[in-house]
Design a protein around this ligand. Structure first.
Ligand code: SAM
Ligand code: SF4
Length: 327
């Protein structure tokens, strides 16, 4: 659907979002049906060279215990997920350079021996590394642009460059990955106009997946006193994304479930069609604390299945690629 920036701003600020949620739900149903794709999330290292002001894993946070799974542990966790029936594995971490090209490629080729799609979410790398990961079998890459307001980005991500992140996203796309990106909603000084720009950016770079979640302040970061994003504005933003790109994959994000006990179900009824259950061991995922109470979002798979059933949605048995691609 074509929407101007003014129309997007209107939808994001409208006092009565119910109609927007219904419309996004209808567009999701028309384009993608009632199937929900489950992705198994494996958080394999909380070590990070960056210092993003919002993130609990930032390098200067000395209060967390750092961990790094071994190559064998990562492959075994992925295998467990495959045995449980997952058709997509998402490997996520801080920017931990122990996982260089060679180590990552070994992990990727081992996991790709199973019948599964593989997504990486390991941050900014070189073109050469992205190419090597793709050649080793990685199918998709997730990296949020976080915000398209460059000034805000540079305040929040010291020593990082918005232009470089943008360049990485274009390279990932060019290499033939399915591209996932997204933003946080409710960042300090972020405006509705800026969120509208973010949505248009995600449309223009033609993402195959868009992850939109509220910013949740972490007590051990410089942004601990901020108020953070609301579920309402995050849902609106996600719903407008669905109107702009009608058939892409949109997750009901973990951060939404943290803000509201039914956050992910509300998201699935407002345009989302993906859930990413956390398959990391309880000990490690508690240490992968991007924001507080992340653990609240973890639910047994049977509960997830029941909840989906209760809203007449089914669990997909396919790989869940973007509809326009095939795998
Ligand atoms: N390190 C990689 C990167 O930054 O792209 C991948 C992992 S990173 C932890 C995944 C995402 O977590 C980030 O893109 C960011 O949007 C989100 N995140 C980090 N801190 C957050 C917070 N306090 N509230 C909500 N989301 C947060
Ligand atoms: Fe590191 Fe990603 Fe957290 Fe930034 S958001 S500190 S890159 S893990």
């Amino acid at each position: 659907m074509n929407l101007t920036k003014a129309e997007i701003i209107d939808l994001l600020s409208n006092k009565e979002p119910h109609k927007l949620y219904l419309k996004a739900d209808e567009v999701r149903k028309q384009n993608l049906g009632d199937e929900v794709h489950l992705r198994a999330l494996v958080e394999f290292s909380n070590i990070c060279r960056n210092n993003c002001m919002y993130c609990g894993l930032r390098k200067d946070n000395k209060h967390i215990t750092r961990y790094r799974l071994t190559k064998e542990e990562i492959i075994e966790t992925a295998k467990n997920a495959v045995d449980l029936g997952f058709k997509t594995i998402v490997l996520q971490s801080g920017e931990d350079m122990y996982f260089d090209e060679k180590v990552m490629c070994e992990i990727i080729s081992a996991i790709k021996k199973y019948d599964v799609a593989l997504t990486l979410s390991i941050g900014e790398r070189t073109y050469k590394e992205y190419k090597a990961f793709k050649d080793a079998g990685a199918d998709r890459y997730l990296m949020r642009i976080e915000t398209t307001n460059k000034d805000l980005y540079h305040k929040l991500d010291p020593n990082m460059s918005w232009d470089n992140r943008h360049k990485c996203l274009l390279q990932i796309k060019e290499l033939g990955y399915e591209l996932g990106s997204g933003i946080m909603v409710g960042l300090p000084n972020q405006t509705i106009e800026s969120i509208a720009d973010d949505l248009l950016y995600l449309r223009d770079i033609e993402v195959d997946m868009a992850g939109i979640g509220p910013f949740i302040p972490h007590p051990q970061t410089p942004l601990s006193n901020q108020s953070g994003g609301t579920l309402d504005l995050s849902l609106r933003t996600m719903a407008v994304m669905r109107l702009l790109l009608e058939d892409i994959n949109i997750p009901a994000t973990t951060a939404m479930e943290v803000l509201h006990p039914n956050g992910q179900i509300l998201a699935l009824q407002s345009g989302a069609n993906v859930i990413m259950p956390n398959l990391t061991s309880a000990t490690c995922r508690r240490l992968y604390e991007l924001y507080p109470n992340k653990e609240k979002s973890v639910q047994p798979l049977e509960v997830v299945a029941q909840k989906l059933h209760s809203i007449n949605r089914t669990i997909s048995k396919g790989y869940g690629s973007h509809k326009k691609n095939k795998l």
